[in-house]
Design a protein around this ligand. Structure first.
Ligand code: AMP
Length: 416
């Protein structure tokens, strides 16, 4: 450990930076509730099986990136690499199988053992939603629109929406055959991982980031034409609903997303201001059958990376912590208790207050109040104590007034 840095790929988010996080979180609470979603908080630690079962054992996340540990009882646990699998596990304990839909949103840390880079962390944070239980293309379009609404609410512009479909497993077979024929003739020139993928899960080849494979992947035949009628109809319906809602998008047939649970709609939102890691959010329709569940749960959802939302937002003004209403400081030892009481009264009246409890000079008190941009500096020294009063300076106008100690809180409230 050097320089008090946290582990590689993790960060401290300091109070000076947190304003923008609160702003984004508050916007999520506001926008998602407008669509009837409620917040869900599931554990950061889940049984490892939840992810192996939910995300697919051949996905990169499960094969290479999970932080897995054994607890003292010998249980296999994993720090969640994504939100959906754990949330579906939790929803299985509700009446979700009785035909009702569950609309939930979440925010919090996720963990993936990836190589850290700009915009790629090992502990990162996501804001996400799940609408599970019912299958309608209208829900897909609504969910995508809701994220666009969220971006508008926080003031992010210039992003692109990429759409595709994974079809259903049944409708995917002819496409798999076509992919197999295509990649079999190129596989000798592709990476070792792709050779395994060809045998075990051919779709994962389309996710390969190895430059050696890029030229072959970019020439992959268009899969949409190979999918069955039901899957094509679902996708066309979602696209026509987006058109209807005036959402601009581009169909990107090679977008498959990194997890095996997707069916039908998949989408990604990219932003040009993010550099190489340009995905702001991704999501789609999925089917998960948690172990022990009666049947599969189908839903539509997305997750957006909060660090990346912050990066995309950084050009849009500062969202610093609000300046305090008052700065209260004693100028002599006898004034400490009156300062403590007054600070207490201001805070109970919902007025944010920074208080000092060691006596200082008037000059240094006013300098400190200026540094934190307090609206009022409130001080008491021997002169004020004799009159049982505080000196209160309006830091913007520079005007000064004396207030009696017993009435200062009420008097300041009446001035707001
Ligand atoms: P995914 O489901 O993997 O596409 O993740 C959804 C979103 O989370 C991505 O579009 C990114 O914005 C964000 N994200 C995923 N992995 C990371 C990471 N390692 N570091 C930072 N953000 C990430």
């Amino acid at each position: 450990m050097t320089n008090f840095a946290p582990p590689p790929g993790t960060s401290d988010i300091m109070p000076e930076e947190i304003g923008i996080w609160h702003f984004m979180e508050n916007a999520a609470h506001k926008v998602f509730r407008l669509y009837g979603y409620g917040e869900i908080r599931t554990p950061v630690l889940e049984f490892t099986e939840v992810f192996i079962h939910g995300l697919g054992s051949e996905t990169d996340v499960v094969r290479k990136e999970m932080y897995t540990l054994k607890d003292r009882g010998g249980r296999d646990l994993t720090l969640r690499p994504e939100g959906t699998a754990g949330i579906i596990r939790a929803l299985c304990a509700t009446d979700i199988f009785a035909g009702s839909d569950k609309k939930v949103y979440y925010m919090g840390p996720m963990f993936r053992g990836e190589r850290p880079a700009a915009g790629r962390k090992r502990q990162f944070h996501q804001i996400g939603v799940e609408n599970a239980g019912r299958i309608l293309p209208e829900f897909d379009a609504e969910c995508i629109f809701m994220f666009m609404h969220y971006l508008q609410e926080v003031g992010i512009e210039g992003h692109s929406l990429l759409m595709s479909t994974r079809a259903t497993p049944e409708d995917r077979k002819p496409a798999e055959k076509a992919l197999n024929e295509y990649f079999s003739s190129h596989i000798s020139e592709m990476c070792e991982d792709c050779k395994t993928r060809l045998e075990r899960n051919i779709w994962r080849i389309l996710d390969c980031k190895n430059p050696q494979c890029a030229p072959f992947i970019s020439e992959t035949p268009d899969m949409l034409g190979y999918f069955g009628d039901d899957s094509r109809r679902h996708f066309e319906k979602v696209c026509s609903l987006l058109d209807r809602m005036n959402v601009k998008y581009k169909v990107e047939p090679r977008l498959v997303r990194g997890l095996d649970y997707y069916v039908h709609t998949v989408f990604e939102v990219t932003h040009p201001g993010l550099g190489a890691q340009n995905a702001l959010a991704g999501g789609g329709r999925y089917r998960i059958r948690p172990s022990g569940a009666k049947k599969e749960v189908e839903g539509i959802g997305f997750a957006a990376g909060m660090e990346r939302l912050v990066m995309a937002l950084q050009n849009h003004g500062t969202h610093t912590q609000e300046a305090p209403f008052a700065y209260v400081a004693p100028l002599c030892a006898e004034a400490v208790l009156p300062c403590l009481e007054t600070a207490k009264g201001l805070r109970l009246a919902n007025l944010s207050t920074v208080a000092e409890y060691d006596p200082r000079s008037l000059k240094s008190a006013l300098r400190a109040a200026g540094r934190i941009s307090a609206k009022f500096a409130i001080v008491a020294g021997e002169n004020e104590l004799e009159k049982s009063s505080f000196l209160c300076k309006d830091m913007k106008s520079g005007t000064q007034k004396e207030f009696s100690m017993s009435e200062i809180v009420a008097q300041l409230i009446s001035q707001i």
